[in-house]
Design a protein around this ligand. Sequence first.
Ligand code: S3P
Length: 161
Amino acid sequence: MFFLIGYMGSGKSTIAKELSTALNMEYIEMDETIEKDQQMSITEIFERYGEEYFRELETNLLKSFQGKKVISTGGGVILSRENQATLKNGTVIFLDASFDTIDDRLSNDSTRPLWTGNREGNRQRFNKRRPVYHGLADHIINVDKKDTDTIVAEIIHSLKS
Ligand code: S3P
C-alpha cells in the first residue's frame, strides 16, 4: 500500500491517480469514498454531524485498507495517533507544498470546511501540521511549481532508491 499524505490542495488525488496507473495498482480517494458511502459531501458531513464524526469515518476507512493500492488520504488523516499507527502498514509519501502554493490553489475553494477565509488561521494550521507529515513520511517530495508527470517520476525514482 502507498499512502499519499499532505495538506489539502497539495495534489494528492491527482498524483495518486497517475501513480496508481504507473504502478498498475488500484486507486482510492478517501474523501470520495466517504462521500459515496455516506451519500453526502464532506461539507455536508461536517455541517450535519461535525468534524469528530467525519474523523471516525476516516479512521475506520483507513483501517480497512489492504493489498496493492495507491491511497489518496484526506489532509487531516495524520492527526490521530491511531491513524498514524495505521499508516505504518504502508509506504507513506508526503507531497510537500509551500503555504503559498496551497493558498494560491485553494483561493476559490468552497469544498473544504477547514480552509476558511481566515488566512492567518489557515497558515497556523498548515504550520502545525507540516512537521507531522514530515515525521510520518518514508518519502518526501517537494511539489511546488512542478507538473504531475514530474512529481510522479520523482516519486518512482525515490521509491527505487
Ligand atoms: C481535511 C482535508 C480534506 C477533507 C476534509 C478535512 C483536513 O481532504 O478530508 O475537508 O483536515 O485537512 P483533502 O486533503 O483531500 O482536501
